[in-house]
Design a protein around this ligand. Structure first.
Ligand code: 5AD
Ligand code: SF4
Length: 429
């Protein structure tokens, strides 16, 4: 989501405000940092970066400094007091107001702060992408109403708000007309999507997938992130009926212990999570999964942790994003005592990561020698004369070839496994 917002701010700066991109910050007239406050480390980095930018402002007093994103939303007061040289503080839902905030900041000596949540106004006021890339993000909803006990997102991005179906379809059709082959639907909880159209019909996430897939020029549809509690029957059906929907799903579980899941207020048990996985596998037998995990949540015992490992083996995840629990001010979990030592947390984190790497390697070994379809995404950054393709299960394969293969779906044979990366050879049909 931050990547999407940063690109949109870049578009506003270049298309509507007349700025030109530079790689040299000493040369810049405006510097904006887009921030994340999901964990403490990310937040502290913002203040250390601002300290460096302050020196640039001393040399060039006309330099305009902006802080955007979730740290801006959560810490607007602290930013204006700790770093008063910051000119603009822009929340994640007000980035479209960048041109007017910039003008205001030029006329004011004080930090201009706008961290409101003005519902869906943002999307109606952002420039459309003029140059479509192979793969494009399309935001379908924003915010989160789940209030997991450890998480700041509902407070920084606001509650769940869905975009109108016709705006989403129009944006996607325009991108595809300009050459985009893969659409990645974005939102904090994409499958909480819910929109009432003019006729009073409710459109849920599954139905939205069917509407989007009608455009047959879309080769692949991905989405991130979904919540286990929001899967509807239409979404299961979508996995049966929509060939463009990929066979890989990022479905965060966070922990494999019911006790910890309850303390996290995730709203499901391990059995309920597994039931969602079972239904998805019924609909799409070759589907693979990745997940987010939080390690060392207050009260997590060795037994709880081992339950997470057990679940990992059972689901056979092939990728994980795992994080040591970070206490976030203002969240309910912040009042729980953080009773696990950093050493234990770090040991658990590396054990979990090793477990998943082994599973992922085994899966790669299993596809060695097999024939698979890949969608070619671009040239390989690692090998010259190679392109990079992705299977429907999200495995990245390097294939000898050239730029003209980009955007095509090709049949290849997997020929080599090097550490984590796979190589393949094009099969002539
Ligand atoms: N500490 C550690 N990890 C967190 N996440 C969210 N909040 C926290 C926190 N306080 C992780 C969750 C979520 C991912 C985006 O970030 O795993 O799925
Ligand atoms: Fe945070 Fe939970 Fe919402 Fe995900 S579902 S954004 S972890 S509150």
């Amino acid at each position: 989501m931050n990547e999407y917002d940063s690109n949109k701010m870049k578009d506003l700066l270049s298309k509507e405000m007349g700025f030109i991109d530079t790689d040299t910050k000493e040369e810049a007239d405006i510097l904006i940092v887009n921030t994340c406050s999901i964990r403490e480390k990310a937040q502290e980095k913002v203040f250390s970066l601002l300290g460096k930018w302050r020196k640039l402002k001393i040399k060039n007093p006309d330099l305009v400094i902006g802080v955007a994103g979730c740290v801006a939303s959560q810490e607007s007061n602290e930013i204006s007091s700790r770093a008063p040289y910051v000119d603009m503080v822009i929340g994640p839902q007000t980035i479209h107001r960048l041109p007017s905030l910039y003008k205001k900041s030029l006329d004011s000596k004080k930090t201009i702060v706008d961290v409101e949540f003005p519902l869906i106004e943002k999307f109606d006021n952002l420039p459309s992408t003029s140059e479509s890339k192979f793969s494009e993000f399309v935001t379908i909803m924003e915010g989160c109403s789940k209030y997991c006990s450890y998480c700041v997102v509902p407070y920084t991005r606001g509650t769940e708000v869905s975009r109108p179906v016709k705006d989403i379809i129009q944006e996607i059709n325009n991108l595809v007309k300009n050459g985009t082959k893969e659409i990645v639907l974005l939102g904090q909880n994409v499958n909480a999507y819910s929109y009432e159209d003019e006729k009073g019909n409710f459109i849920n996430f599954g139905l939205l997938l069917f509407y989007i897939s009608r455009n047959k020029d879309i080769k692949r549809i991905r989405y991130t992130t979904s919540h286990p509690n929001n899967f509807d029957d239409q979404t299961y059906l979508a996995y049966k009926k929509i060939p463009q929907l990929v066979s890989h799903l990022h479905l965060p579980v966070q922990s494999g212990s019911d006790k910890i899941l309850a303390a996290m207020k995730r709203g499901y048990t391990v059995l309920e999570y597994k039931s969602v996985i079972r239904k998805l596998k019924e609909a799409r037998p070759d589907i693979t999964f990745s997940s987010d995990f939080i390690i060392g949540f207050p009260g997590e015992t060795e037994e709880d942790f081992l339950k997470t490992i057990e679940l990992i083996k059972e689901i056979d995840y092939d990728q994980s994003y795992s994080f040591i629990y970070s206490k976030r001010p203002g969240t309910p979990a912040a009042s729980l005592s953080d009773n696990i030592s950093m050493k234990v947390k770090k040991d658990r984190l590396s054990f979990l990561q090793e477990t998943i790497n082994t599973l992922s390697k085994n899966k790669s070994k299993n596809i060695l020698g097999k024939q698979v379809e890949v969608l070619v995404e671009g040239t390989s950054s690692k090998y010259s004369n190679m392109v990079l393709g992705r299977t429907k299960n999200n495995k990245v394969i390097n294939i000898p070839g050239s730029k003209d293969m980009i955007g095509k779906i090709l049949k290849i044979e997997i020929t080599e496994l090097n550490n984590k990366s796979l190589k393949g050879e094009l099969l002539v049909n």
